[in-house]
Design a protein around this ligand. Structure first.
Ligand code: PGU
Length: 401
């Protein structure tokens, strides 16, 4: 019989969010009257706003017409790629440097194919679990020795370093995953910090995969919204981004990656050409309907809707942060990001997760699920209906003393 892919056996546990969902289900089964509020997984809750939604509807309508019908779109609608370049990168990239996809998570998984098994990985700790699990699945971790993934270097982001890692820890010739605004800490790196990251990547001959999925939540105009605001980033960084959180497309599925032509492997080969080859081979394009919606979401009216939706979730974040602070719980994030990282020093984060679920019937995400340095923290997601968030804040105030 054919044997199991050893990389699957190397995965530490189940994927974090299904595990949280399982614990929620178990709690609900044991407490059928509990009105559980989820501030766990970062899943959007508000309807897609009318202008963008009309774009989706129109996209679907056109598919039913002779003139408007379209089939495979491969790398994405040229118009959409052009608009992404214009809106997010001041037109700096040509359309063949922008690849439209079905979302950032899927791209993060596929990008590993560029580098192959045995690649050394450096990752912020804590971080979005897909970076580590995706690396392990691709065999990039270099094996499991019982104590940790040998091929993965964790870059702790803690109170001591103000949630920006010590870049000296990054190994030579490695693939660096970096996320800003960060999931789960909500910390946003400034220009100086990202300049240091780019400098470290160039000096150590690394490539950065920069995850900017939450860039539209940045309100402080001094903070960089893309790695390409940093000089020389074109020669060392790939960026992934998504319509999921800003436009409410978590279920619609639309994202993109930027792979600049300037980016080269150690041997001088073009990373862009390989990414084009990989995407052309194993991906058949994002849904045409999703792309039609994405296209109008980047019109002036659509961008206003993005602002409105992200403002709404940031409003939730403010309420959660204030409720926690009122209880004397220190937290960061929530001002330029939809996540609040709450400190429970000296405590086990799964235990705090369970306590909040039991006392307040609120689902959160335990910090340890995002990596060892997440121990002692809990993540609150600001994605939720306003009434639910207000109710969650009341419950925290009443029951979580
Ligand atoms: N990148 C980051 C940093 C994310 O936090 C998420 C979603 C994604 C990418 C996914 O983007 P898509 O374009 O929608 O694929 N993180 C959520 C949802 C959990 C999950 O498994 O993706 C979260 O709660 O962390």
């Amino acid at each position: 019989m054919i044997t199991r892919n050893v990389n699957i056996a190397n995965l530490k546990a189940g994927y974090l969010f299904p595990e949280i969902a399982k614990r929620r289900r178990e709690f609900a089964a044991a407490n059928p009257d509990a009105k559980i509020i989820s501030l766990g997984v970062g899943n959007t809750t508000e309807p897609i706003l009318p202008f963008t939604n009309a774009g989706l509807v129109e996209g679907a309508r056109q598919l039913g017409t002779k003139e408007g019908y379209s089939g495979y779109q491969d790398e994405g609608l040229p118009l959409l790629r052009e608009k992404i370049s214009k809106v997010f990168y001041k037109g700096k990239f040509s359309i063949d440097e922008i690849f439209v996809s079905d979302g950032a998570k899927c791209d993060i998984g596929r990008l590993q194919m560029l580098f192959g098994a045995g690649t050394k990985i450096a990752v912020q700790d804590p971080s979005y679990p897909v970076y580590v699990d995706g690396s392990v699945l691709a065999g990039a971790a270099g094996g499991w020795e019982g104590t940790g993934y040998t091929g993965i270097t964790y870059l702790p982001c803690t109170t001591e370093n103000n949630f920006f890692p010590n870049l000296d820890l990054i190994p030579q010739n490695s693939l660096i995953y970096f996320c800003s605004p960060n999931n789960p800490t909500g910390a946003v790196s400034d220009h100086k910090q990202l300049s240091k990251l780019v400098e470290a990547a160039i000096n150590k001959r690394c490539i950065i995969i920069f995850d900017a999925a939450y860039s539209e939540f940045i309100r402080d105009p001094s903070l960089p919204k893309t790695i390409y605001e940093i000089e020389k980033a074109d020669s060392c960084a790939i960026e992934v981004n998504s319509f999921s959180k800003p436009a409410g497309f978590t279920g619609v599925r639309l994202g993109w990656s930027v792979v600049p032509k300037e980016l080269k492997y150690a041997g001088g080969e073009s990373v862009n050409a390989d990414w084009n080859r990989i995407m052309g081979t194993i991906f058949n394009g994002a849904s045409n309907i999703a792309q039609a919606g994405g296209l109008v979401s980047l019109d002036d009216e659509g961008l206003k809707e993005i602002r409105c939706l992200t403002d709404f979730y940031l409003g939730n974040a403010k309420l959660i942060r204030e409720a926690l602070q009122k209880l004397g719980i220190h937290c960061i994030g929530g001002d330029n990001s939809p996540y609040i990282w709450a400190f429970f020093p000296g405590r086990d984060s799964w235990e705090v997760f369970a306590e909040i679920l039991e006392k307040c019937h609120i689902v959160t995400t335990p910090g340890a699920g995002f990596g060892p340095a997440g121990q002692g923290f809990v993540r609150f997601s600001a994605f939720g209906h306003r009434a639910d968030v207000e109710e969650a804040c009341r419950r925290l105030d009443t029951f979580f003393k």
